[in-house]
Design a protein around this ligand. Sequence first.
Ligand SMILES: Cc1ncc(COP(=O)(O)O)c(C=O)c1O
Length: 443
Amino acid sequence: MRPVGGLAKRIENRSASLFERGRKVFPGGVTRTTVVRDPLPVYVERGEGAWLIDVDGNRLLDLNANFTTLIHGHAFKPIADAVAAQLERGSCFANPTEHEIALAELICNRIPAAERIRFVNTGTEAVMFAIKAARAVTGRSQIAKLEGTYHGGYDWAEISEHTDPGTSATTPPIALNNYRGAPRSVEAETIVLALNDVERTTAALAGTEGKLAAILIDVMPSRCGLIPIEPEYLALLSNYCRRNRTLLISDEVLNLRQGFEGASARFGITPDLMTMGKIIGGGLPIGAIAGRRDVMEIFAQRDAHGWLLPQGGTFSANPLSMVAGLAAMQALDRSAFEKLEALGEEVRKALSAVIAKRNVDMSVHGRASLFRIQPSRRIPRTYREAFASEGPTSPMPRLCEALLRRGINLPRHGTGVLSTPMTDAEVRHLSDAFAGALADIGL
Ligand SMILES: Cc1ncc(COP(=O)(O)O)c(C=O)c1O
């Protein structure tokens, strides 16, 4: 790595040699594109609470938390104990266990929109089955989703995830496949809506009445600049769904962490279906589809040919994920959420003070345990506004690199995530490192 502003405090000998080994077995040297880092990924040796220790012995405050999963940080004792005990009794069976009922009960008792639930292994799978369920219930194949939102790797959910408003902006936005060779029919079956833009969305929905199985939303989509969906916009989508017997799917794989009852409750909606993942697995693989009892019944219905919506999965509801998830969720009581809420406020305030003091063209926003450093003075309202500040001149990659050298692991798009083991000391470390990193890159 090149030193930033002469502050090359990090050592990365072992990371460099592991990357060399990785290049001999993985295309691009790594086994998931999301860990790619220029010029090399940071290989981790272990995690301790809110901190990562990399293979070269560098200590990093972890503001990624495995893509927002680890709400209790690393190696949380109740989870480690529950998993260790379950391992002694077996890791997976082709039979149900009591553990899956216990986790389902906790979630259904807590989340208003979750009357019934099914477990799968990832958020991608949860979104895929929620869309399939909406199709099976309505007998329609088309869906609508928001421009720029990330929902995992299912073809329809991936549409227009990377729309570049500079080159492909249209009114209303168009459906663009997310990988080369994807079937054009996927584009034809997906309507793309502009987040918080009532006029464009009304135009896009005109003529779709009776055709859409679902509208898939995320109430505060991270890849869209972590912009909250506005009440008027939410009302437009909810009313459309009610009028047209289209199901509203709230993807809370990331945003369930917004509160004790999840994100849709915080935003005042009761979706027909919702998806979960990340925090409900306590750091082990998980996903879930939940929703209204009558809608979820589709998973249990069959006719003369078989299940109307087959859903299995070799590792779905494996007891390790179930016991880890239960330990994590039990520890996430109302007071844990209050602590995270206060911590989020403290971090946003501290970083905003640094920005004001240095008078840089940046802002900080977010909610609950999520914050985003935005490379513009104005907080964006729409995907296109958020995208505009992410161009090639954005300081964010340099800033994240400088932060890394000062002991902070922040994803390059600038969205940071907080966890329950963090204290004032971590907030101070972050704001000091932020001020230092801005100076390192000449801002
Ligand atoms: C909103 C949202 N939906 C779906 C997914 C996909 O989840 P997974 O990575 O577990 O497949 C993610 C992952 O970050 C997400 O943020």
